[in-house]
Design a protein around this ligand. Structure first.
Ligand code: BTN
Length: 263
């Protein structure tokens, strides 16, 4: 499996030499964090065939049976954390490019970190920062999971809201090819993260299905409704709320009306 992935990554991508492959991990993000604490360098890629404790945003779990793609990469950007606000957006764009290159289908993005296809969740991104004592970002872990399993393999409660590449395309690419394209896209993204920030954010905007939609913003116990207007330069979501006020939303849960069962 590892050789099948590495052989599909262009020789121009140095991350093909720093790819670690496991048949089972609890979470590639958790393992990548451990490696980072032990000093693993920028560009260390961790891939697992399945995860037993895949993690999503806001403490959720991410179902990770064999057949899907589960990958984390360690970045060492050596900059203040506020310079990395757009990292999840950049990773989402890289994820879309990889899916398109590998499988010929182009996903949308639901703000901030979901890859979606025809309104159903295809995958997700979990970005985690580790700060050094001086407050600089010692490392960032980008984790991406993409569903490839047969739709009948989803638990019944997810069937309406989740999709997979196997459901989208009969001639779906293999997990190995998709993993290879993800490594290439993430490498390119890391190279351009600061120098091409506005181009990356323009691409994100083009993919972002949330813009122009009615949304529900859940922040703790607090639920508000509004319309997603635009993104700021760092990927914050500008929202016009039902009371007429406009505010930037940078965290919390944002549901899009008509998606994932929000009617
Ligand atoms: C989300 O949907 O909220 C994000 C899901 C992120 C899942 C990926 S799979 C690889 C990496 N390891 C994890 O435990 N999570 C991320």
């Amino acid at each position: 499996m590892k050789n099948e992935i590495v052989s599909q990554i262009t020789t121009e991508c140095p991350w093909r030499d720093t790819l670690l492959w496991y048949d089972r991990l609890d979470s590639t993000n958790t393992y990548a964090k451990k490696l980072a604490q032990e000093g693993a360098p920028h560009g260390t890629v961790v891939v697992a065939e399945r995860q037993t404790g895949g993690r999503g945003r806001m403490g959720r779990s991410f179902l990770s049976p064999a057949g899907g793609v589960y990958l984390s990469v360690i970045l060492r950007p050596a900059c203040p954390p506020e310079n990395l606000m757009h990292l999840t957006c950049a990773a989402a764009v890289a994820g879309c490019k990889a899916v398109e290159k590998a499988c010929g289908v182009c996903p949308d993005i639901k703000w901030t970190n979901d890859l979606v296809f025809r309104g159903k969740k295809l995958g997700g991104i979990l970005t985690e920062l580790m700060l050094s004592g001086s407050g600089v970002a010692d490392c960032a872990i980008i984790g991406i999971g993409i569903n490839c399993q047969k739709p009948t393999d989803f638990p019944p409660e997810l069937q309406e809201t989740v999709t997979s590449l196997a459901e989208i395309s009969d001639t779906c690419c293999t997990a190995e090819v998709l993993t290879a394209k993800l490594v290439e896209s993430l490498y390119e993204m890391a190279q351009q993260l600061f120098s091409h920030k506005s181009t990356i954010m323009d691409e994100y905007r083009r993919h972002c299905i949330t813009l122009g939609k009615e949304i529900k913003v859940i922040s703790g116990e607090h639920i508000t409704y509004g319309t997603a207007l635009d993104l700021d330069a760092d990927g914050g979501l500008l929202v016009r709320f039902s009371d007429g006020s406009e505010k930037l939303v940078t965290s919390g849960e944002v549901s899009v009306r008509g998606m994932y069962g929000y009617l």
